[in-house]
Design a protein around this ligand. Structure first.
Ligand code: VGL
Ligand code: ZN
Length: 187
């Protein structure tokens, strides 16, 4: 039996189209990269997972959001500034043209992987705080993972990390919040 809780870092939608020069770009999103990078290398986490939005040019969400994260395009790729490693496990969402894809758990392989790896706690970073990060956190909490959002490693569209109403909403959903420094100070 695992005595210590095993932790996963989940990086959501850190892709060029969400950073700049697209209809889904998030203001100042690149500011999160240093915190995401330092977290990605921290042995606090047993493993790191990337969730990437990945659409065919015909995805139905383009009617709402404009085209983004098209398979094989520059916009789909993570930015050069993001720490990458072969140890980071990659999951796609949005492959199916007719399914809206906010939560990383819409790809069932994510849950299977976390269960096989005996993960109990999930720490979520990335974009956008009030859409795909939130939605992924809600699902993680529903699946009974201890669920944390690392606020200063996320950027929102309509909320910033100091928004108290948003923090209250997270608390009411059973989602805990913390900052990058809280993790770096742990051993
Ligand atoms: C979507 C990324 C972020 C989508 C929504 O519906 O395709 N993708 N939010
Ligand atoms: Zn999308």
């Amino acid at each position: 039996m695992a005595i210590l809780s095993q932790k996963a870092l989940i990086r959501v939608d850190i892709q060029n189209d969400f950073l700049a020069n697209s209809s889904v770009a998030i203001a100042r999103a690149q500011e999160i990269i240093p915190n995401v990078n330092v977290l990605s290398c921290n042995p606090f986490f047993k493993l790191v997972v990337d969730i990437r939005d990945c659409h065919k040019p015909t995805h139905k969400s383009f009617a709402k959001w404009g085209p983004h994260c098209i398979e094989g395009s520059y916009g789909y790729q993570p930015p050069n500034s993001l720490y990458l490693s072969n140890n980071i496990k990659l999951f796609h969402k949005g492959i199916d043209d007719n399914v809206d894809t906010l939560s990383g758990f819409e790809n069932p392989e994510l849950l299977s992987y976390l269960l096989v790896e005996e993960i109990q706690s999930i720490y979520i970073v990335g974009l956008a705080l009030d859409f795909c990060v939130l939605s992924t956190a809600i699902d993680a909490s529903k699946y009974n993972f201890a669920t944390y959002i690392i606020l200063d490693a996320c950027k929102g569209i309509n909320v910033n990390m100091d928004n108290l109403a948003f923090q209250k909403k997270l608390t009411s959903l059973g989602i805990k919040t913390l900052k990058t420094a809280d993790i770096l100070s742990l051993k």
